[in-house]
Design a protein around this ligand. Structure first.
Ligand code: SAM
Ligand code: SF4
Length: 352
């Protein structure tokens, strides 16, 4: 196997080790997990600069010829579903709305895979103008990332004054039938005081709010375990305004613990991505915007699927490379281990 020296992450171009792998078409790993959920990052560009994600100047641009094209994305997504047993596909970035061909990507995937749920994670900037077209193209679900409804707080956190556009985007997506719409908020000390206002806004808009623990994937490397907000702190703040009753998980492997708000049926969720390790249940595989397979957010090992694609590999050849990449997936993220080193790529460069 060739390891190309590009600094970190280690990009592999040869065939991954398949020792001991049973003969199955699925994306099985050595620990018995099967990846069914594909995250596809389609760009490194973004309209915001969230402090927990991007550097102020944005990520270094991916040269146009290194970015997967519309047709390449459609081919890889189709292959992942048909040959590798993927059940759900989520487009992300960077900000997926920054790609002008997003509707064509969705339409191409939907035409090839009419029964596969296509979803997108977006910051919602400009979504109001595209929600209907995306729904018509075949997008089925949408998560909007929104941490606060306080305009100054939003501006400070994202380094952009675009709150109104995001709020309009959420409303437009719900009106376009992209429901149930989930709002994801990163749990941060700066926005904790406004958490109840955010929940109120989401309840009124008809969106389901989930808080997610901040992970050490920020470009500025400022994450510190000691700064993390606990679920108890958040529930304390929300409990001053709402009556919360524990409602458990949608199903045992669902990431969010949920609380009924004021007797329900609306709920608020907490995804404890750091303090509660989900690695044992992980069913994700990731494709980066520059065409690499990444089996784990926290592992710097990547496999160059773009090179295979562009050197004329068959669907079966690409599928085998993908299977091998997943066979070599690491057991877990190790955030709690002494000497943990965050991965080279930040959240915006991997795709959340
Ligand atoms: N730009 C889109 C958005 O913000 O939804 C999609 C890409 S973004 C990287 C995907 C998700 O990752 C967002 O919900 C964002 O809040 C989350 N995220 C980014 N950095 C994070 C971090 N350090 N810890 C936890 N979540 C993070
Ligand atoms: Fe952009 Fe999403 Fe990262 Fe915020 S979280 S900077 S919106 S990619």
């Amino acid at each position: 196997m060739t390891v190309v020296a590009m600094g970190m992450p280690a990009v592999r171009t040869g065939r991954p080790a398949m020792d001991g792998r049973p003969d199955t078409p699925l994306l099985l790993d050595r620990y018995g997990r099967v990846a069914r959920d594909l995250r596809v990052s389609i760009t490194e560009k973004c309209s915001l600069r969230c402090t927990y994600c991007m550097p102020e100047e944005g990520l270094p641009p991916i040269p146009a010829d290194e970015l997967l094209s519309t047709e390449e994305i459609v081919r890889l997504v189709t292959l992942a579903v048909r040959e590798l047993g993927v059940h759900e596909v989520r487009f992300t970035g960077g900000e997926p709305l920054m790609r002008r061909d997003l509707e064509r990507i969705i339409a191409g995937c939907h035409a090839a895979l009419p029964d596969t749920p296509l979803a997108m994670t977006t910051n919602g900037v400009g979504l109001e103008h595209r929600a209907r077209g995306l729904a018509e193209a075949g997008l089925r679900r949408i998560n909007v990332s929104l941490d606060t409804v306080d305009r100054d707080g939003f501006h400070r956190l994202t380094r952009r004054d675009r709150l109104d556009s995001v709020l309009a985007g959420v409303r437009a997506a719900i009106a376009a039938g992209l429901a149930p719409l989930k709002v994801n908020a990163v749990l941060m000390r700066e926005t904790l005081d406004g958490a109840a206002d955010l929940l109120r806004w989401c309840l009124d808009a008809g969106a389901e709010l989930r808080f997610i623990e901040e992970m050490p994937l920020d470009a500025d490397h400022e994450w510190a375990r000691a700064n993390m907000i606990t679920a108890a702190e958040l529930l304390d703040v929300l409990g001053k305004r709402f009556d919360l009753t524990e409602a458990g998980r949608e199903d045992p492997s669902a990431p969010a613990e949920r609380w009924l708000v004021d007797g329900g049926p609306a709920t608020v969720g907490i995804i404890a991505s750091v303090t509660r390790k989900f690695c044992g249940d992980c069913d994700r595989t990731r494709l980066t915007a520059d065409g690499r397979i990444r089996s784990c957010l926290f592992s710097d090992q990547e496999y160059d699927i773009r090179a295979a694609l562009r050197s004329g590999a068959t669907d079966e050849g690409i599928a085998e490379l993908w299977r091998g990449a997943m066979w070599n997936k690491s057991a877990g993220h190790g955030i709690d281990a002494a000497g943990f080193v965050p991965p080279e790529r930040t959240m915006g460069a991997i795709g959340g």
